[in-house]
Design a protein around this ligand. Structure first.
Ligand code: ATP
Ligand code: MG
Length: 267
C-alpha cells in the first residue's frame, strides 16, 4: 500500500503580495502519523508553510499536499482534518470569554448550528484542560490569564477538537520551562494514544527533541529533514543559525549552543 503522507511538497514556492519570497524550492515528505517539529530562525517561512498547507496562501509554483489533499483544490477538506492554532491568536481577548468557552469552541466550531455543547463535549473539554493542568481555571475569564496560561488553554482547545492533524504555530513561545514540558508531554501522549499527527512550530528544539520523530529545518527552503539526531549536525546548525551556534557533546548527550537561545540538549 502507498504510504500516507502528512506532508508531501514538491518544488513549492510561496510569495507574499509585496513580492517577498517566503519559501522556494521546498520539496519534502513526512509520513503519517507523525509528531513533527518545524524549526528555523525568524522569518524562515515556518508560519508561511503552515498557512500554505492550510490553503490560506496560494503557491506561486509547485504544491503541498496534506494527507494526499492538495492545499488549493481540497482546502475545505484539509480545514476539516486540521486543528490549527495560529502563532498569534487574539481570540477572546476583547470578548470576555471564559476558559471553558475557548476550549469548547474547539469542538463546536466544526458542528452545524445550533452549536450547543453536549455533556460529552464538556467532558472532552475538561479532560483536555486537565492534560495541560488548567482545569482549575474552567470558569476563569480567558483575558485575565497570563500569556503562558493562555497558550496552555489554546493547546487544550486543539486537544479537545476533532480532526486527524494538529498544527500548532509556536505554542511554546512566552511560556516557562514548566509549561513547555507540560504542553509537549500532553501533545506527545495525545499523539501516542490517538491516531493523530502533530506538527509543532518552534524556535528551539530543546523542549521537543526527545518527543518528536521528525524535524524539518527551514530557512526559506528545506535545510534539513530527519530525526532530531540527524538535524543536530554542526555543519547544518552553523549554516542555518550562523557561526556562533555550536554542537557540543557532554555526558553522552548532544547540545546545541546558540548565543540567543542558550542550551539545547539533545539525547
Ligand atoms: N503578511 C506578510 N506580508 C509580506 N511578507 C510576509 C508576510 N508574512 C511573512 N512575510 C515574510 O515571509 C518570510 C517568512 O515569514 P514567516 O512568518 O513564515 O516566518 P517564520 O519562520 O514563521 O518566522 P517567526 O519565527 O518570526 O514566526 C519573512 O521574510 C517575512 O518577512
Ligand atoms: Mg512564525
Amino acid at each position: 500500500m502507498e504510504p500516507r503522507y502528512l506532508f508531501d511538497a514538491a518544488d513549492l514556492m510561496v510569495r507574499y503580495p509585496n513580492g517577498e519570497v517566503a519559501l522556494h524550492d521546498v520539496t519534502f515528505k513526512v509520513k503519517a502519523p507523525s509528531f513533527t517539529a518545524i524549526i528555523g530562525p525568524n522569518g524562515s517561512g515556518k508560519s508561511t508553510l503552515l498557512k500554505t498547507a492550510l490553503g490560506m496562501m496560494k503557491p506561486m509554483k509547485g504544491y503541498i499536499r496534506v494527507l494526499g489533499y492538495d492545499s488549493q483544490r481540497d482546502k475545505a477538506k484539509i480545514r476539516r482534518l486540521v486543528r490549527y492554532v495560529p502563532q498569534r491568536d487574539r481570540i477572546g481577548l476583547t470578548v470576555p470569554m471564559k476558559v471553558k468557552d475557548i476550549v469548547l469552541m474547539g469542538r463546536l466550531l466544526k458542528k452545524l448550528p445550533p452549536r450547543l455543547a453536549s455533556s460529552h463535549d464538556v467532558e472532552v473539554a475538561k479532560t483536555a484542560l486537565e492534560q495541560v493542568d488548567m482545569l482549575d481555571m474552567w470558569n476563569h475569564p480567558f483575558p485575565e490569564l497570563s500569556g503562558g496560561q493562555r497558550q496552555r488553554v489554546l493547546v487544550a482547545r486543539a486537544l479537545a477538537g476533532e480532526g486527524e492533524i494538529l498544527m500548532l504555530d509556536e505554542p511554546l513561545t512566552g511560556t516557562d520551562i514548566e509549561s513547555q514540558d507540560l504542553i509537549v508531554k500532553a501533545l506527545s501522549e495525545y499523539h501516542e494514544n490517538n491516531e493523530v499527527s502533530i506538527v509543532i512550530v518552534t524556535h528551539d528544539l530543546n523542549p521537543v527533541h526527545t518527543m518528536v520523530e521528525n524535524v524539518l529545518l527551514l530557512k526559506g527552503t528545506v535545510e534539513g529533514i530527519g530525526e532530531p539526531c540527524s538535524i543536530m549536525d554542526p555543519e547544518i546548525v552553523a549554516r542555518v543559525y550562523g557561526p556562533t551556534a555550536r554542537i557540543v557533546e557532554y555526558g553522552g548527550h548532544k547540545y546545541c549552543v546558540m548565543k540567543d537561545l542558550g542550551f539545547d540538549r539533545h539525547d
